[in-house]
Structure formats: structure tokens, C-alpha cells
Design a protein around this ligand. Structure first.
Ligand SMILES: [Zn+2]
Ligand SMILES: [Zn+2]
Length: 282
């Protein structure tokens, strides 16, 4: 069964600036993978900058995460708001010089970047969905770091729901987080080998792509994209890694791909869903 295959167009990876564009079709949300590199030394043309996602919906242009690689670029990118998953350098240090737009983060993340000259600060709390310019963000706690407590976001716009979690060992309340999600955007730090340590009895680090595909299968999520790419992906033969991932994903009944800088994906909105429902007789 194939549902919600996203339409994909390429975008020039070398440009940090999104040119003036028409907003996506009414009810559709566009995902622009601005950066797809994890916290590793290596960078390639496909995975040049720290993972960050731009969501375009109506007139909203919301950036999720703003790592150190975005410090000199975020002003020109001019998002309408920024939402952070956690306070690690590759997710938040791009705000060190401040930014004009409002920034949303959890209390724990704000503590870590307290001194940054960001004036318009919003607080997101786990379990309290927040609408930002027509896009609903619901934060879910994830295991990843004890020093920089992280969340993943269930992001709903029109009929599409995405779950975005670039750094994760495990998602708390996973079933509620993922049920009915159109697209899972997950942690590409490692394909098969977990990068997990224990600190004070708690797990920190990154789970595998394989484990996340298992979550998608269990919760009925048919599409997955992996960002925040680690050394198992960055600098490897893209076609081979892609084929490996697709095979692994198929075993889980999921369609999956690896994101690269500049990748754009449009998720159809309510009208598309209605047409499809009518066509299938529901
Ligand atoms: Zn992190
Ligand atoms: Zn990270």
C-alpha cells in the first residue's frame, strides 16, 4: 500500500537564501531541508550545514533548529519564526548574534542560551500544543541528552502531520507522538550501530535508523526521511547508502530516504486527502 508519497523537487544546496517565492498551494506544507549534517567534522556538498528545516505554509516560514553553521546566514534567510528542539551547538548556536523573529524553545533550552541577544522569546512546554502562524507544534520529550534536554515535534498543518526529531535515543509517549503522522523525519546519525552511552543511569546519544524504522512500522507511519546525517552517510557513496536504506525500510513496510541540503518536499493538504478518500470509496 502506498500512501502520501511526497512530491519532491531539488533545490540548490549552495544557496542559504530562499528566493522570493509564491507560498505553497493552499493547505499544503512545504519542507525545505536547509541543512542535513549532524554534529560531525566531515561535510560534503549534500550534507554541508547543520540540520535545520524550513516549513512553508501559507505565508509562514518557520525554521526548526538553528545550529552554529547558520550563525552568519540566519538574518538573510529571514524566517518568520524559529523553533528549537534542544540547546546543543548544532541546533541552537546559530542564534548567538540574535535574530529579529520570535524564537520558541523549552524552558530547559532557554537556560542554555540565556545570554543570546534574542528579544522575542516564546516558551514551548511538553504536552501543550502551540499554534505558530497556523502551524501547530506539540513537543514530546525524547531521550538524547541530560545536559541539553531535547524534544521532538509533532507538527500539524492542514491535513498533514509530521514528526521531526533530529536527535533521539527514544521518544516518550511514542504511540501518541506518531499515530496518524504523514511523515517521520528522524535522526540519521547511524544506520545500524547505536551511538548510546549512559550518564547518571540515563541513556544519551543516538539510536539507529533501523530502530526508528521499527517505530514507524509499529505506529503505522508509511514514510520516513532521515536528516542530521552521521559519518555512516556523509561522504559515503550516496547511491549505495540510499539502496541499503530503501531495502531496510521495505523490510519494515516503510518508504524511506535520506535528506540532503536543499531537498524540498511538499505534503498535500486537505483537498488532496479528500480526493483520495473519495477515490477509495471511504
Ligand atoms: Zn543533540
Ligand atoms: Zn545534533
Amino acid at each position: 500500500m502506498q500512501i502520501n508519497r511526497p512530491s519532491v523537487t531539488k533545490y540548490r544546496a549552495s544557496r542559504a537564501r530562499i528566493p522570493a517565492e509564491r507560498p505553497p498551494a493552499s493547505g499544503s506544507i512545504e519542507l525545505v531541508f536547509l541543512g542535513t549534517r549532524g554534529e560531525i567534522e566531515r561535510r560534503t556538498r549534500r550534507h554541508w550545514r547543520h540540520s535545520a528545516l524550513l516549513l512553508r505554509y501559507g505565508r509562514a516560514r518557520i525554521m526548526v533548529d538553528c545550529g552554529a553553521d547558520w550563525r552568519r546566514r540566519v538574518a538573510r534567510l529571514a524566517p518568520s519564526a524559529i523553533v528549537l528542539t534542544h540547546g546543543h551547538p548544532d541546533h541552537a548556536f546559530g542564534l548567538a548574534d540574535g535574530v529579529r523573529c520570535p524564537v520558541y524553545a523549552t524552558k530547559e533550552t532557554w537556560k542554555l542560551i540565556e545570554r543570546y541577544p534574542v528579544t522575542r522569546r516564546g516558551v514551548i512546554s511538553v504536552g501543550e500544543p502551540l499554534a505558530i502562524e497556523g502551524i501547530c507544534f506539540e513537543a514530546f520529550s525524547v531521550e538524547h541528552s541530560t545536559r541539553a534536554p531535547a524534544v521532538g515535534y509533532r507538527i500539524t498543518a492542514g491535513a498533514a502531520s509530521i514528526f521531526y526529531v533530529p536527535d533521539v535515543v527514544a521518544i516518550r509517549h511514542r504511540a501518541r507522538a506518531l499515530t496518524g503522522v504523514t511523515l517521520y523525519v528522524g535522526d540519521g546519525a547511524s544506520l545500524f550501530r547505536p551511538i548510546i552511552r549512559r550518564r547518571d543511569g540515563r541513556r544519551i546519544g543516538h539510536t539507529t535508523i533501523r530502530a526508528q524504522l521499527g517505530w514507524c512500522a509499529e505506529e503505522g507511519v508509511s514514510n520516513a526521511i532521515f536528516t542530521h546525517c552521521g559519518s555512516g552517510i556523509v561522504g559515503r557513496d550516496g547511491r549505495r547508502v540510499g539502496a541499503l536504506l530503501r531495502r531496510l525500510a521495505r523490510e519494515h513496510g516503510v518508504a524511506a530516504r535520506i535528506a540532503h541540503d536543499g531537498l524540498r518536499i511538499t505534503l498535500p493538504g486537505a483537498a488532496w486527502r479528500k480526493r483520495r478518500a473519495a477515490a477509495s470509496g471511504h
